[in-house]
Design a protein around this ligand. Structure first.
Ligand code: SAH
Length: 462
């Protein structure tokens, strides 16, 4: 299977990528697109099912772009992810497979599912954990027959797959989405149409605090205001745990889900959740890890790898709402956080206060601009540990260069895309660092993505 989770098949040496085929299947397929050296196909029938094949739990697993691996046993999913990370480090990073200090992937245990509730008990099929996501972003639109629908985008496209009762999220999402849909039908509020750039309701962002049960709903609209907003907010506020209802204004022709402006309609403009002993405020625009159970394990690794004693100066780059920063600050002298989203930095500063952690300072801006500027003014300052947790595109080379110049004894790289991780590690390891430990963590059971935490040490001789 390739990195997107498509099966890779061969017919007389010709390579075909086939969606919905699992490693080890023998299938009869149909070629839908043929290029000179490879082509794409789809499954017509499964001649011999793979020993790793399972019946997916969700009826929409195949068309939906969310769960690429749901037809595969969880054990095999974990191995797929480990292999992917190792392959990237070897092929892109240039590391030798034998000497890679890679730990076995930290999978999620069945029974740990945070949002498994009485509604989900009757579900059958699938393998491994479900109902772990604290967040969903559901597009609204019209089906071919004219009905208002919500769900998820199909793989590689923007057609909406109706996914009632998604098996990854909290069951309460369904109630919320139904409430919104009924409201739209009743008051003739049009869902957004990407092609014509008309209509109002684009997405509903729903986030649930696992430890607090607080729920946030943010409706992304292609307009300045939501008509009859009071009716909808009254209905939503009746749902147990509802703590924040807002609209986000996004009038651009764009794939980016959220616009810049958020208007709070009811409750508070944020929800609160806990990770370990710390409490965090989270705004709609702020990033917050989606799998609360695995996040604790990941942050635990970051802390372990950082090996702090209380005297260190630490940078947490791409810090979001300061989650990792505050974890580290409890065991360091000083922590500096950098993040591009202003609302997230506001959360980070409030979160530091809320938890009584004074030794943090947060900067808004691009890490690749803030850090080099700071370093120019503080060339003498010593930095002990730098943690980076960039989005999928990885770190900018300007940033990596400055990090090397700052000479921290350790760099901890948290990555959600092992291809860009491998590229960046290659750079760092050509410049005085070596990989000490690689720990894949499965944050996204049923999907192809994999989180990785890497500890780098500085070579003593340089
Ligand atoms: N460490 C945090 C957030 C990680 S997600 C946590 O675990 O919760 C990556 C974060 O990087 C997001 O909050 C995103 O807004 C931010 N970001 C994206 N590009 C950035 C850049 N160029 N400079 C700084 N932050 C950036």
């Amino acid at each position: 299977m390739n990195e997107q989770g498509e099966g890779i098949g061969r017919v007389n040496g010709y390579t075909l990528f086939i969606k919905d085929a699992v490693i080890g299947d023998r299938i009869e397929g149909k070629v839908v697109k043929a290029k000179k050296h490879y082509g794409y196909g789809r499954v017509l029938s499964i001649l011999e099912p793979s020993p790793f094949r399972v019946t997916p739990r969700c009826p929409a697993a195949a068309p939906c772009g969310g769960c690429q691996l749901q037809a595969m046993s969880y054990e095999r999913q974990l191995q797929f992810k480990e292999d992917k990370v190792r392959n990237h480090l070897v092929r892109i990073g240039g590391f030798s497979e034998d000497s890679l200090p890679m730990e076995p992937i930290l999978g999620m245990e069945i029974g740990e599912e945070p949002f498994s509730e009485k509604e989900t008990r009757g579900e059958t099929g699938g393998s491994g954990p479900f109902h772990y996501r604290n967040k969903g972003q559901f597009p609204f639109g019209r089906a071919k027959d004219g009905r208002i629908v919500y769900g998820f985008y199909a793989g590689r496209t923007h057609s909406i797959v109706e996914a009632e009762g998604c098996c990854l999220g909290a069951p309460v999402c369904e109630k919320i989405l139904q409430t919104i849909k009924r409201f739209m039908e009743e008051y003739h509020i049009e869902p957004y149409n990407e092609e014509t750039h008309s209509g109002l309701i684009r997405h509903a962002l729903i986030r649930t605090g696992y430890h607090t049960g607080e729920i946030m709903v943010c409706l992304v609209i292609n307009g300045d205001r939501l008509p009859r907003a009071q009716v909808l907010t009254d209905r939503l506020m009746e749902i147990k745990g509802m703590a924040s209802v807002s609209v986000n204004i996004n009038r651009e022709r764009t794939n980016v889900i959220l616009g810049e402006k958020v208007v709070c309609l009811s409750g508070l403009p944020y929800i609160t959740d806990r990770i370990g002993a710390l409490t965090y405020k989270i705004s709609p625009q702020s990033f917050y890890q989606v799998n609360p159970v695995q996040t604790e394990k990941l942050y635990g690794k970051v802390l372990e790898y950082a090996g702090l004693t209380g005297s260190e100066t630490v940078w947490d780059l791409y810090c979001g709402i300061g989650t990792i920063s505050l974890f580290l600050a409890q065991r360091a002298k000083q922590v500096f956080g950098v993040e591009i989203v202003p609302a997230a930095i506001e959360n980070a500063r409030e979160n530091a206060k809320l938890n009584g952690i004074p030794n943090t300072e947060f900067f808004v801006g691009k890490a690749e601009e803030v850090v080099p500027r700071w370093y120019e003014e503080h060339e003498e300052a010593s930095v002990d540990v730098i943690v980076v947790d960039p989005p999928r595109k990885g770190c900018d080379e300007t940033l990596l260069k400055t990090m090397v110049q700052m000479r921290p004894g350790k760099i901890i790289y948290v990555s959600c895309d092992s291809a860009t991780l491998a590229r960046d590690l290659k750079y760092l390891c050509e410049e005085a660092y070596r990989v000490e430990k690689v720990q894949p963590v499965d944050m996204f059971p049923q999907g192809v993505h994999c989180e990785v935490c890497v500890e780098l040490g500085r070579n003593k001789t340089i």
